[in-house]
Write a protein that binds this ligand. Structure first.
Ligand SMILES: Cc1cc2nc3c(=O)[nH]c(=O)nc-3n(C[C@H](O)[C@H](O)[C@H](O)COP(=O)(O)O)c2cc1C
Length: 236
């Protein structure tokens, strides 16, 4: 079992609710599965560089050649700039493909995801990245996704700002388009995280507390799921 844990809040202090919740998921997961399959990437501390022309030219060549899987992309590199771009991209794709479960801490920034997370998304979405070699199947077909979203306000169904949520619907559409099955995605939200801070949101503090408590319970339950044991064969 392997877990890739990504954090993307610009706030790297203990105040970050998404970081606290992903850390809870990760520590619970490690207690069940052991530490060996755990990988961590902090997209704020170690930002993914923005794309440039060489990324696009290499990507366009791969598209033209009919979506070459990552193992074949190196053969299509034509310049030092493309080599550099591929060198920045391939390890992130490999890390993603090696994970059985991808855990993403995703704060809402201006109704959407943080620039740090978007930079990772843009880079791993290299043409053909998720094409399994040989079969041409989608390599994310069995990947499980857990997104822990935090928002200063409330965007749940029925709330006045529901239509402004370009965070969870965006991530759901993106990962679904890349091949992650709808049944393999879980979105856990802590809402009204600004209520404890902003005086004008003080009346929402009970709502914030119950949203956080529910998120913590959901995170703990989800991360505690025991691996399925292989059936023991009777020997004669
Ligand atoms: C740059 C920035 C933009 C934000 N935009 C929104 C927003 O559009 N809607 C919202 O409800 N909260 C917004 N917030 C509040 C955050 O979503 C909230 O503080 C959340 O808890 C941040 O995640 P973190 O606690 O993991 O850092 C914004 C915060 C920052 C720093």
């Amino acid at each position: 079992m392997s877990l890739l844990h990504l954090d993307s809040s610009a706030n790297r202090s203990d105040e970050s609710v998404s970081r606290r919740l992903t850390a809870l998921f990760a520590s619970t997961w490690r207690a069940v599965h052991g530490p060996a399959g755990y990988r961590y990437r902090d997209l704020a501390a170690d930002p993914v560089p923005p794309l440039d022309t060489a990324y696009c030219s290499l990507g366009r060549r791969v598209e033209r050649d009919g979506l070459v899987p990552p193992a074949g992309v190196g053969d299509l590199v034509e310049s030092l700039a493309e080599e550099r771009e591929w060198g920045l991209t391939r390890p992130l794709i490999t890390e993603l493909l090696e994970a059985d479960t991808v855990l993403i801490g995703a704060p809402m920034y201006n109704y959407s995801v943080s620039a740090a997370l978007k930079a990772w998304i843009d880079r791993v979405s290299f043409p053909g990245a998720f094409t399994a070699p040989g079969t041409g199947d989608n390599a994310l077909r069995d990947t499980k996704l857990v997104v822990i979203s935090t928002r200063g306000g409330a965007y749940a169904p029925g709330t006045p700002q529901e239509a402004c949520d370009f965070q969870i619907p965006y991530l759901r559409a993106y990962f679904n388009r890349q091949g992650v099955a709808a049944d393999n995605m879980r979105f856990i939200s802590a809402e009204m995280t600004m209520a404890g801070l902003a005086p004008h949101l003080a009346s929402f503090r009970p709502l914030a507390a119950s949203s956080l408590a529910s998120a913590r319970a959901e995170v703990t339950a989800l991360a505690s799921v025991q691996p399925v044991q292989p059936a023991i064969r009777a020997t004669s």
